[in-house]
Each structure stands twice: as C-alpha cells, then as structure tokens.
Design a protein around this ligand. Structure first.
Ligand SMILES: C[S@@+](CC[C@H](N)C(=O)[O-])C[C@H]1O[C@@H](n2cnc3c(N)ncnc32)[C@H](O)[C@@H]1O
Length: 413
C-alpha cells in the first residue's frame, strides 16, 4: 500500500488551473503520438566522469534518443538496459543499433551524422528492417523518409526537430543573425567566440519575438517540457523560461569551446560534423561498437518501475535523466513506487544520476521510501561537490539541477 502523499503534493494536483489541464492534454496528445527526442539532450562526457563505468557494471538508462546509451557502451560495461515508456524512442535506438551492425561507417554517418542519405529506402529495406522489432518496423516503414526529406535532415523531424526547423526558418528570415551564428561555430578559440557572441549574436538573438516564443507552453511541450517542469524553471528565474535559456546559451557560447559542442550545433545547423559529433559517430567509436561493444545494450519499452519489478539482478548504475520532473507533479505516487523499485534493485555500490529543471528538485525532500518511510538522504549520499564541478563542464547546460548519489552502505540493512 503506497504511503500517504505529503499534503503539499496532493494539493498540487488539486490546484491545477483549467489552462494547466489544457496544457497537459496537449502535452499528453503530442507525447503519446510522437518521437520527442531525435538526439539526447544530456551530456554523456559529464555522465562518464560521474558514472566511472567498469566491466562489471550493469546500467539502467532512460533511452531518450539512445545516443548516450551508445556512448556508455564504449566504456565496456557488462550490460546496459535502456528503458523508455515511449516506444518511438526505443525504435530510434533500434535503428541506430541496426545501422552499427549492418552498415559501413560512411552510410551510418550519412544517416545519423548528416541526418540525410539519398539511398535510405533501399538501405532500410535491404539491410536494416529485418533487425528491428515489429513496432520499430511499423514505425520506420512510415517515417524512414525523414532521412531523405525536402524539409531537411532527420534532426529537423520529430517534436524537438520541429522546433529546430522553426528556428531555422526564423534564422533564414534574419541573415544578420544567421551569419554570426555560423561564425560562432567556426570560432578558433573562446576569445573570438565571446567577441562574436557579445557583439554580433546577443543583440540580434534576444528580441521580444524570441522571448515570447520561448515563454510559450506549446514551445516547451514540443521540446518535451510539460508545464510543471516549466513552472520549476519560471520559479527560479525573474525573466521566466526565456531568461533561463538566455543564461544557459550565454554560458555555453561564452565559457565553453563551441568546437566540440555537438548539442547546440545539431539543432542550430541540422547536422553534426565528423569532428563535432557524439562518440558513437566518431569512426573509432563506431568501429568499437561494431566490433561487439554494442551487444551489451538491451532496449526495453516500459516504465522504469515495470522494468525493475520484472527482474532481480542488482543494478550498479542508474541514469534517470530529468523524467522525475515529469512524474513529481502528475504522478507523485508513481514516483514513490519508482524510487522503491530503484532501491530494491540497487546493488550495494549503486550510483544514481539524474537531472532536473530545478537546482534542488522538491521531490528529493518530500519523498519517503521503503518500509521504514526513510528520507532519501537517509539512504543516499549526495555528491554535491562533484555534481557542481561537472555541471560547469556541461555542454547542454539547460538543467539547473544535476544530482549524483551513491547508495549508503547502511541502505540495504
Ligand atoms: C524528460 S525526458 C528526458 C529527455 C532527456 N532530457 C533528453 O533530452 O535526452 C524523459 C524521457 O523519459 C521517458 N520517460 C518518462 N517517464 C518515464 C518512466 N516512468 N519510465 C520510463 N521512461 C520514461 C520519456 O519517454 C522520455 O523519452
């Protein structure tokens, strides 16, 4: 029997306005029919340092677009279970795994590096389709044309891709902004990057139109950010979501070298380059995965709780992305259930990573877990120092919260 919810949490659901309920309906309608993430929007280079994966590790990671699961596989862990409630996310990872196993590098890079391959139909039906699950076959049978589309690359498709396509159209209307943005990605060093951003991009980019678009719930829903998560951002920034995103972009382009920032490159240009791309798209990474490292990945379409309750093997690493922000407002009881399942399957040395739109997600304080209804801080050690240091290196930089936790040795008592 689930423990009673703290009053302020059960109150949350009651305080939803009519607009909130409409926004939620729109989000659910979009989410339940669409591929939301066509690329992972979380930095695996930071995760790798926090996870410190070894050959005995068994990892549970939320799939999203699968890029990060492929990145972790390059570290050679024993097993990677990718789990996502959205079967379209799993179908994307399946297509990537099939491509790694069946295609030469140049064809694979055309697909997922450039996001465009003129001969994709033949390649798909001749080499890839038989590798896929029944759902993935049905899904890609109707959407494989995203890889040879007049609307541009694969990265301009799916919900997040639709937003990227919208910004591309906007930049086309404003060459005085598009030119310096291209120059930004060609900048030799941080100094010239800052000069381009400060003197040629910032003034042109942060207009009332852009601020208005970024502050719309529909824009956020298309980016996979439901309104409770948007609320979390709004609460933390005087200028709302637009202000938060402005600060994130300023940090990324003024403090981090843009030359290896493939996250912002793919959405602002529609493709990766062979120098600036995820590790699975680098020739060495692709060859290592093809040589066998990709075989440790096991995709699942279900919820995290369903996956964990269906097995017994201890999990040593959990990568939970920011999905708990989704659950904490709408499904707080399910969130408690999920934490209980996580702690039930966590190996003694287990490590957990999660991100949030909130610097300190409120659910970390109100959650009570296990038969003793313990606080999370009673069973987990939070490595805030490491998280804060790694957060500075994060090339995505759109999550206020980055949480690294280890299971306390007493947790299993
Ligand atoms: C908030 S998104 C994370 C996306 C991530 N920030 C990214 O950009 O790559 C959450 C992902 O988790 C999935 N998801 C949400 N709740 C889930 C649950 N309870 N179990 C499994 N997957 C879930 C969604 O389908 C989505 O792909």
């Amino acid at each position: 029997m689930n423990a009673p919810l703290p009053l302020e949490i059960s109150q949350l659901a009651l305080n939803l306005t009519l607009k909130d309920r409409i926004d939620q309906k729109i989000f659910d309608a979009l989410y339940s029919r669409s591929l939301v993430y066509n690329t992972c929007w979380e930095d695996p280079a930071v995760d790798r340092q926090a996870l410190d994966l070894g050959p005995d590790d068994s990892v549970l990671v939320i799939t999203s677009a699968g890029c990060n699961a492929l990145d972790y596989a390059l570290q050679g862990p024993r097993k990677i279970y990718t789990v996502d409630a959205n079967p379209r996310q799993t179908a994307l990872l399946e297509l990537k795994i099939a491509g790694i196993k069946k295609l030469p590098f140049d064809d694979f890079f055309a697909l997922f590096g450039s996001g465009f391959h003129p001969d994709i139909r033949n390649i798909y039906f001749e080499k890839l389709r038989t590798e896929l699950s029944a759902f993935a076959q049905r899904y890609w049978d109707r959407r494989i044309s995203w890889f040879c589309s007049d609307h541009g690359s694969f990265y301009f498709h799916g919900l997040a891709g639709f937003v990227a396509r919208g910004f591309r159209s906007y930049f086309r209307l404003r060459p005085q902004l598009a030119r310096p943005i291209s120059a930004l990605f060609a900048a030799e060093n941080l100094e010239s990057q800052r000069e381009i951003y400060d003197n040629h991009v910032a003034g042109e980019l942060w207009t009332p139109v852009i601020n208005w678009v970024l502050n719309r719930q529909l824009t956020m829903s298309l980016l996979g950010v439901p309104h409770p998560q948007r609320r979390l951002v709004q609460k933390q920034h005087p200028d709302g979501v637009a202000g938060f995103i402005r600060e994130a972009i300023e940090y990324v382009f003024r403090h981090l070298p843009v030359r290896d920032n493939y996250f912002w490159r793919v959405y602002l240009t529609g493709s990766y380059t062979r120098e600036c791309c995820p590790a699975y798209l680098k020739k060495a990474g692709f060859d290592a995965l093809k040589a066998g490292l990709v075989d440790c990945i096991e995709p699942h379409t279900c919820t995290v709780t369903e996956f964990l309750e269906a097995g017994h093997e201890p999990i040593t690493r959990f990568v939970l992305l920011d999905h708990m922000d989704w659950m904490s407002c709408y499904y707080p009881a399910a969130l408690i259930e999920e934490w209980n399942a996580i702690l039930e399957r966590a190996a003694p040395s287990a490590r957990l990573l999660l991100r949030s739109a909130h610097a300190h997600p409120p659910f970390l304080d109100w959650l009570r877990v296990g038969p003793k209804r313990q606080r999370l801080e009673d069973v987990l050690h939070f490595d805030d120092e490491l998280a804060a240091r790694l957060q500075q290196e994060d090339r995505v930089h759109t999550y206020a919260g980055f949480i690294i936790a280890h299971l306390k040795s007493s947790a299993n008592d």
